[in-house]
Design a protein around this ligand. Sequence first.
Ligand SMILES: [Fe+2]
Ligand SMILES: [Fe+2]
Length: 381
Amino acid sequence: MANEGEPVTVIKNINNETEKGRMKVLCPNCRHLYNIDCAKLPLGRKVSFPCKACKGTIKLDLRSKPATDDLSVSPQTSKDNGAEKSLQSTPQSDGKQESQALKKGILQGLMGVLPPMPQVVMKAQEILSDPDSGLKELASVIATDPAISVRILKIANSAYYGLAGKVTSIGHASVLLGGKTLGEIVMMAGTSNLLGKTLKGYGVKSEDIWRHSLAVGIGSRLIANIKKPDLVNDAFMAGLIHDSGKIMLDDHVLKRRKAFEDLMMDRKKTLYEVEQQVLGLDHSEIGYEVCKCWGIPELLTSAVRYHHSPSMSQDNALAHILHMADFLAIQSDMGTGMDSTQCQVEDKTREFLDLQEGDYKKIKQKVVEYVEKITGQMDNS
Ligand SMILES: [Fe+2]
Ligand SMILES: [Fe+2]
C-alpha cells in the first residue's frame, strides 16, 4: 500500500463524447495512464489499486464527485501529425503509449523540419576545444560562411567589446579580440537565427527566447570559469542550445495551450513538470534528440538532457552549471514566459557548485550587462 499523503495524479476525462463517464488516472510513479469507467468506481470512498506497469500502488480519493472540469489534457485537433492521430484514434491507450507515439512522431519529423546547425559553429567549437588549433584556422572556417561573417562583425562591433565600428573584417576581429572571444562570437552568430524563433505555444517572442539562450550561455560560462575552467567553451555553447527542444515541441504545446495554462496557473509546478504531465515528455528529452541530430558532442548533449534534472545526470558538471544558469537567467527577468512562474534549483546543484549568494549576484549583474550590450547591437543592425 502507498503511504497516506503520497501524491496521486488524476487526469479527468478528455472532452470527447466517446469518453463520457470515464476518468483518466495517471500512475505518479511510472506515468502509466488508466482510462477507467466511472460506473465501476466506488464513488464517495478512498480506493487504491496496484499499477500493473510498475507494481506500485495508486491511491484515489473519490469522496468528492469525479468532476470533468479539471482537465489536464486538452482536446486534440484534426491537424495533428501521424503520431497525434494515433492519440485520437486510440483513446484507451495508456499514457506511456501516448508519449511514446508523440515522441516517435516528433523524432520521425525531426530531420525534415529541424534547421541545420551551421557547420561553422561546429567547427568553431571543435577548434576552441583543441588548444593546438590556431586562430588562422578559425578565421578561414568563418570565411566559408558569408552570412555568418556579417553577423560576426555586427556582434564584434557591439558595445560589449568596446570596439564600436572599428572591426571591419574577420581577420581584423581575430587580431583585436583573440581566438576565444572570436569563437564565442561565432557561436552566437551561428545560433541566433536558429534559436531566435517565436514560440507561440510557449508564448515567447523570438527576441526573448534568444535573450534567454544568450543569458544561459553567458551565465554558464561565468559559473564554469569559477568551478570548471576546462568547461568554459562547452558551457557557453550548451547554454545557447539548452532549450532547443522547445522549438520542436512548440506546435504540440500550442495545441494544448489551455491545459498548460490551467496547470501553470496554480504555480505549484514547473513548466518542465507540466510538459511531462500534458505531453508525457519534456523539452529536455527532445532537446537531447535535437542535439544528437546536430552532431553536438555527447557531454553537451547529455547536459541539455538533464538541465532540469541534473541530479539524474550521473554527475554531469555541465548539467548542474546549465541548471543554475537557467535559474539565474529567469531570476534576472530573462526567462521565457511560462517557465518563469515556478523555477527551482535542485539542492544537489547548490551543493555541487558551492557558491555564495554574493557570487550569484555578481554573475547575474554580468549576465544582464552582457546580454543588453550584445542584443542591443543585434537588434539595431
Ligand atoms: Fe529548459
Ligand atoms: Fe531555459
